[in-house]
Write a protein that binds this ligand. Sequence first.
Ligand code: SF4
Length: 373
Amino acid sequence: MGIYVHVPFCRSKCFYCGFYSVASLKLKEAYLDAIEREIVLRIGYLPRRESDTLYFGGGTPSYLDRDDLGRIIRKLEENYSFTANAERTIELNPEDLIPEKLQGIKELGFNRLSVGVQSFSDEQLKRINRTHSSRQAREGIELAANMGFDNISMDLIIGLPGQTEDELLVDVIQASHLPIVHLSVYMLSIDSNTVFEHMVKQGKFQLEDEEVMAVRYQRVCERLKKLGFEHYEISNFARNGKYSKHNTSYWQQKPYIGFGPSAHSYDLYSRQWNTANLKVYMESLNHGILPFEKEELKSVDLYNEYVMTNLRTMWGMEKQKLEENYAEFWEQVQVQVRKYENSGDLIEERGRWKISETGWVISDAILSDLFVV
Ligand code: SF4
């Protein structure tokens, strides 16, 4: 199983970001009290209480100080256990890559850093309202590596306003020169309730053309391959087999518990998601009530989830499992798979169907054709 902790605080809101967070630390103490309660109240959600992974995401978890993070970890360790070599990840913004902060994070037992770099162009960083410079990102990652962190991931975005293909590829090359073992590359999208969504409505901003984005994505994939990165999931690339264990366990449909506002939990049969409202989250927990909604998964949901999670990785879907567990959809699966096998976008290897190198760029279309609605 995996444990996810959502820290819903940021210094300011990035213009593209649809994750739940607030740009203030005013409610920090009340949030810490509430999440401690939630950690205790969720005992018993899963039969097993030993976790292989821990992931602090957000928001900006590195915005909290060492003692705040320590409070959450202490409460987790009092109520759950972790395997000896558990992967413990924390997301950081580059401005937090400073010696005191990194030392605290190390002492708390985090062994993997995920750094939100997004771009190495200061101009582009300003256009999306990031609060750091490219220099802070580069120097910070070097510093973290020198302090002994050997499992560092960073993020880049394709399709930033004004970004050219050359600039994007320069970012990719710069990233590859840093001591990172993992890179996530996301396509810019327009999420609800973001500044970019308002700007699009007002005609002040427009996403890059879909075909242009697709070509850029393909160039990034090709370049990263040449630079020694393995493309193991639609948006994720790793060196030396350093896949994200936590995210891979989502894609392999392993159960997990999420704590904090907007966090999701999954027990193989149903999904739960906490309210994405910090005040409602805290008030509910003050009354001893877990603030979540729940969906029981029907066989069609389980089938769609199997396709969505497995096919997005280089390990693909297991034919036998599909035939046995989802027999009612087997005919339809075969028809769709044949179509993409004929076009070369899906391949079969050792009893598994996988997206081919040329197929990654149309993975959304493949997934949606395989879904049953
Ligand atoms: S991208 Fe990260 S730092 Fe920016 S608003 Fe979203 S969660 Fe906060």
